[in-house]
Structures are given as C-alpha cells and as structure tokens.
Write a new protein. Sequence first.
Length: 575
Amino acid sequence: MPGTSRMPISLRESFNNVRKRSRVRAANPLEMLSLDLIRNIVFFLFLLRWSRRALWKLKGRGLLGTLAEAYAEVRRVLYGWFLRMPGVRTQVRKQVDEALAKMQSKIVPANATRYLTLPKEGWTEEAVRKELDALANMDHTRWEDGYVSGAVYHGEDDLLRLQTEAYGKFTVANPIHPDVFPGVRKMEAEVVAMVLSLFNAPPDAAGVSTSGGTESILMACLSARQKAYVERGVTEPEMILPETAHTAFRKAAEYFKIKIHLVACPAPSYQVDLRRVARLINSNTILLVGSAPNFPHGIIDDISGLSKLALKKRLPLHVDCCLGSFLVPFLEKAGFETVPFDFRLPGVTSISCDTHKYGFAPKGNSTVLYRTQALRAYQYFVDPSWSGGVYASPGIAGSRPGALIAACWTSLVSVGEAGYLAACAQIVGTTKKLLHRLATSPSLSAELEVLGNPLVSVLAFRARSLNVYDIADGMSARGWHLNALQNPPAIHVAMTMPLVKVWERLAADLEAVVEQEREKERVRMVDGKKSAARAGAGADAAGDTAALYGVAGSLPNKSVVVDLAKGFLDLLYKA
C-alpha cells in the first residue's frame, strides 16, 4: 500500500527465527530444571534405598558382623577367581571327574542289563515279576535290619500289607477330579483334619496335603510372601531363619525370590538366637521360622520366644515339625520332657508336618497347616481365563496320586492315637537310652560330645580330638548308614522303629570304631607323622565322608562342591 513500508521477506524470516530461538532459550531453563529435578529425585531414591539397606545390615549384624560378612564374601569371590584360572581349572575339573567316576562305580551297576527303549512286545507278568524281584534285591544298605538312620520310619509287614492294599484300590485315583474320585477327596480332607487336631489348631484353621516336607515348606513360604505383597505391598521379601532350619527354606528363597537372613544357633543350647532374630526384622520381613525339632541336631528352637516376637512385630511364624511329626505332639502323654510348639502359642501361624515320617505313611505324604483359611488361600493358584476352562489348584502340583493319599489315610486310622503314643514311648525312650550310653560309656563319653539337649528322636554328636568323619566312615564300613553334618562337623542319628531293635549294636559298634580311630591316632603320634593325615603305619586312606567334608570345610568358595553335587544328580538319571 502507498505510504506503508514493508519488511523484506528475508529480514522478516530472520526476525521470526530470532524470536523463536528466544522463546526456546526462555523455556530451556524450566526444562533443564525439570530434568535436573527428576535426576535428583532418582538419585535421592537410589541413595535412600541403599542407605536403608546399609542401616538394616548394621542393625541386624552389627559393625563387626557386617565386616565379617564382607570379608567372607570378598574371600569367596577371590577364591572363585583363583579356581577359574586356566591351570587350576583344569586340575580341579580332573579331580571332580575322578570323584564322579568313583561315585558312578557305586551308584550305577556295571554289569546290569539296561532297558533304554520300549520293548517291541510287552513282557509277560512272570518276566516283569522276576525283574522286579531282582531290582528289589539289589545290594543296598539294610534298612530292614535297622542299620539306617531315618529314611524308613516303620517298615513292619502288617502295615506294609495294608498300605499296599490301599494302593491297589486307588491306583488310578487323582484328587484333581473330586467328582470322579469322591473317596479320595474325603480321605484327603480327613487326613488334614486329623493332623490339625493333633497340633491343637483353632476352629478356623485349615491345611493342605503335599508330596513331602519340602513342598509343605515351599507352600508356607509362598503364602507368607503373597500375604506380605497383598496386605503390605512388600516387593522385596525377606525371611529370617535359624542356620539349622531345613534347607527347603533356602530352596523356597531361590524359587520365590525371597532374601534370607540366617541366624546363628550357638552352643550350648544350639537354639536360634532370638536377639539376633529381632535385630534383623525390617519392613521387608515376611516370615519368621523355628524348628521342632531341627534336622541336624534334633533341637527344638525357642518357639515360645519366637511366638512373642512374631506377635509383637505382627509377622507370621512358621514352625517346621516335619521331622517331629507324630512324635512331638505325644511327648507329654508319653511322659517325656517337652516345650510349647504348636497352635496353642498365639504367634504360630503355620506348621509343616510329615505324615510319611513318624506318621508311618508311605513316602510322598506331608501336610502344611495354617491358623486361618485366609492364610491357606494365599498359596492357592487360580486362573479364571484359561481356554481350557477355569483352573484352580491348592498347591504346586496339578494331578496327584490318590493312591498315596489312600495309603496315608489307612496308616493314620490303623495305627491310631494309642499306636502313635506307644511308638513315641519306644522311639524317644530308645533315644534316651542311646544318650545315656553316650554319656556313661568310658570310651564314648571321653571322645563324643552330644550337641544341645535333644528332646525327640534325633541326636547329634561331635568328636573332641578325633576326626568325626573318620568315625562316620568307620561306621559305614560296619554297615551303618548315618548322617554326616557340617558347621560344626558332627554325626546325627535319627531313631526309627527298625533302629529301636538294634540300638545296642549301634552303640557297641560306635565304641569299637572310636577305639579303632584312637589306636590309629596313637600310631601316628608314635611315628611322628600326626600332621600327615592317614599316612602312619596301619592308617587307612581317607574314607568318602572324611574326604568330601574335609575338602568342603576347608574351601571358602564351595563351587567345587556344587559341581560334585550336580554331577551326583546327573548320575541319578544315568541308565
């Protein structure tokens, strides 16, 4: 237009660009402030999280305990690197292979006929029975003669026949189909009810049958984890257990991603240290654990103390009674010393009890009990949207063998309260006799020290001057199958009905072996070769137990032992 000055296009564009850049520069400080704020918040949360963990660590373990754990971890890592060095790794692998070859020669029979594919034609019944007889009579440790600690807890012919008959009536039964097998459903419910009654459960209590103590413990840990997640929003669960608690708790921790805190069980009681348990509790804790009794030493933890602590901190408390099973509830009636351990203690929220131990049921039976039905529901699995239909199962397994449930029910109703009371009197009474022999025999009392005050059927002892693993190997040479322990090195004996009959032979053999090992030690002393293990005149090469645990105990990193154990598991499936 006339009289109107117009800005050149190129100049106008330049002006607009400058204006845009000015707006960007004006906005940038806010954006930069926002990014810095986010970074600072993330860093603060990270710092808070690790500071909180460090404080929990210091509170739970103390400064010296924290430093000791750090030292042990550094030592373990450095030794692991050493084992992976080329020359060392080759030598270690060679020794592991040699050890596994020795195991294979014992586990896998060299001259046995192997069946690696299906037969072209099915065998006759006579041929099958003949082969079954051969398999049943393979060379083995004679549990029938009472030479095995634990493993088989009853084994009398009359009960075995009745169990076998129950098996036969329910061979194809599966509890996953209660409408098809109503009898199995009824028996399973009754087994759980009987065990609940045995442990003085309150009216709202509930339970589930499982395949064994490990599954019972797994389910209790899963229930506690789910409860903590649903009710408290815990996403980094932790549980506190005695170092003597069954290793199934460690398996549960690995399976379900639960951090574990192990608490010492110091001498002379070998019970879990309650003060250390209390110090380790934090907002991520989902479960406290006690044993009644524990597997290694047969010691019942201070369940009353744990119950009070659980109530105070509003935490679940699981009591592992898998080993005590049908003995611990009868201790008082049988006239033996006992301590509180079951649902009569208000802090106890769950209990595991193996019916296949001192309940004398066939292997593959256990129970996990809960104070309330709500606690049991936390272990359930339900899928409402599967294309195969609504699916629900009470535990890990889907299909389960109804025949085992039938045989378990048969065992419980045929033995009855009077039978279990009598068995408790025999088994625990014989354990007391063995303890008395260990305390009064001149040779045994001078050398062997019983750990703690075992109240039930299991006792453990260590040696004062001899290598206890040499004693274990000496007993193995005499046909006994006892359990070697570590931390501290010891041997344990689990009394059973078969062992009741031959306990005096066990004691006599133990005296003989101790004297034999003393004589070997005297020979080493005379020859001046005490430091050269088993090299003196008349000394034997290290036995399997002494060799394995001697090496395992001296290694700060257990990867070699892990390799051996995995190799052993592989051998179990070598046809």
